[in-house]
Design a protein around this ligand. Structure first.
Ligand SMILES: Cc1ncc(COP(=O)(O)O)c(C=O)c1O
Ligand SMILES: [Zn+2]
Length: 426
């Protein structure tokens, strides 16, 4: 019997498969434009700026996309993934519902409102999109461990996707995270690490481990450029579901800011590819007051973002030093949008408001987004006559405690008609 010794290839010395990254031609520095070869790199060797994927897109038609699967791989020609991506075991996220929100619109005084509901993804947040792209890259780099620092939802998505792909996962979270998010990771992996510190501490630890260990793909650290592209699919889907056109304005929650910048990138790509008509659109960012470094910079009219120590119930948005913060500022200003923040009480109220108007139970991030939408109307920062999309990025069952004290039974009664009639609900 012969023994086969597997050759180990680490992310620092990848052998890339032909077409492994689709039409991606390389990485490009978002600050100085310096070109870098495809690989598990995330910082520019010239200026340490963040890298992103650069493409040579083919001519893609609406018909080709529409003929694709009902998940994010219908847009595979626009993502850094191989053309046979559907064959690999993955969670097949995306193509979530875009709901017309007439009741919420009436409540807020917005004529034409939609909710893009990403809480119906496989692990109940938009993070399944980014993780699917990160998993593809990690696989092509022959990573032996699939890992992330996370504010909760990303940990859920990485742990589930890693389980399905049969790759070892290690996920790191702040130890004060909501219990349901901890359980939602631990059920998929026996390697959930709770760190005594906030997300920014966890992120620093992850960068350190990525530097020490070979073969670890940290989805939002050393494979971040690939991971981030997954958020573009939110933008593609909204345009396709509106009948191949862009909304007039869109409200998006901001933690690292990656999602917001990638939705804008998606809209720009669709325009360039001729898949939608060129038109102006406004992008609005939403933060919770207890972690609002981008909103604070926006309101102060400055370009630099001062990191903060988060203190909010919106834990999934609790990133005090947002990597994409300056790009969020630029997009919101350039498009005529804004960045706004609300209190934790307003977050709670907005969770209940969305649930009671549209039947959608969102987590604190969605409460922040809907609450900010309301504030934007009240403060006259949003034109209520324009078509508006608000993104719900996660499910309320993950942050039950946020509203557990605000809602409950209207009455507790004995099982008799008389007792029910006494409630006044008969
Ligand atoms: C539910 C939810 N919404 C929004 C965000 C913010 O995403 P980003 O870091 O891309 O700004 C997160 C981040 O973890 C999240 O979990
Ligand atoms: Zn650079």
């Amino acid at each position: 019997m012969s023994t086969v010794v597997a050759e180990t290839t680490t992310p620092s010395e990848p052998t890339l498969r032909e077409g492994a990254f689709g039409h991606a031609k390389g990485l490009s520095c978002r600050e100085c434009g310096h070109a870098v070869e495809l690989g598990p790199h995330y910082a520019c060797p010239e200026c340490f700026g963040p890298l992103e994927i650069a493409y040579d897109f083919p001519q893609v038609t609406r018909e080709e996309i529409e003929a694709g699967p009902a998940n994010i791989w219908r847009y595979k020609a626009l993502l850094p993934v191989p053309s046979d991506i559907e064959q690999s075991p993955n969670m097949e996220p995306g193509f979530t519902r875009l709901l017309r929100a007439n009741n919420l619109g009436r409540e807020l005084g917005i004529d034409n409102l939609w909710v893009k509901d990403d809480s119906t993804n496989p692990t109940n947040s938009f993070k399944d999109r980014v993780v699917a792209c990160a998993l593809s890259a990690a696989t092509e780099f022959h990573a032996k461990v699939f890992a992330c620092p996370s504010t909760g939802n990303l940990a859920n998505a990485v742990a589930a996707a890693g389980a399905r792909a049969g790759i070892k996962t290690v996920v790191f979270i702040p130890s004060n995270l909501e219990k349901p998010k901890q359980v939602n990771s631990a059920v998929y992996t026996d390697s959930l690490i709770a760190v005594n510190g906030n997300y920014d501490d966890v992120n620093k630890l992850a960068s350190e481990i990525a530097g020490e260990e070979d073969g670890w793909a940290f989805v939002n650290v050393n494979v971040r450029p690939y991971y981030a592209e997954g958020s573009k699919t939110l933008g593609y889907e909204i345009a396709e579901q509106l009948g191949w056109r862009l909304p007039d304005q869109i409200v998006i929650p901001v933690a690292s800011g990656s999602q917001l910048t990638k939705v804008d990138k998606a809209f720009q790509e669709l325009i360039k590819l001729g898949l939608v008509e060129d038109k102006p659109y406004k992008v609005y960012g939403a933060q919770a007051e207890g972690c609002s470094p981008v909103s604070v910079a926006y309101k102060a009219g400055v370009d630099a973002i001062r990191p903060v120590k988060p203190d909010t119930i919106a834990k999934s948005l609790a990133i005090g030093n947002p990597a994409d913060g300056i790009y969020v500022l630029d997009i919101c200003r350039r498009t005529g949008g804004a960045v706004e923040d609300i209190t934790d009480d307003q977050v709670r109220e907005a969770i209940v408001l969305l649930a009671r108007t549209e039947g959608i139970f969102t987590e604190t991030a969605g409460g922040t987004t809907v609450g900010v939408l309301k504030k934007l109307v009240e403060t006259g920062q949003l034109d209520t006559s324009l078509e508006t999309v608000v993104i719900n990025t996660g499910h309320g069952l993950k942050t039950l405690d946020a509203v557990a004290d605000s809602v409950g039974p209207a009455a507790t009664i004995d099982p008799s008609y008389a007792a029910f009639a006494a409630t006044g609900l008969a």
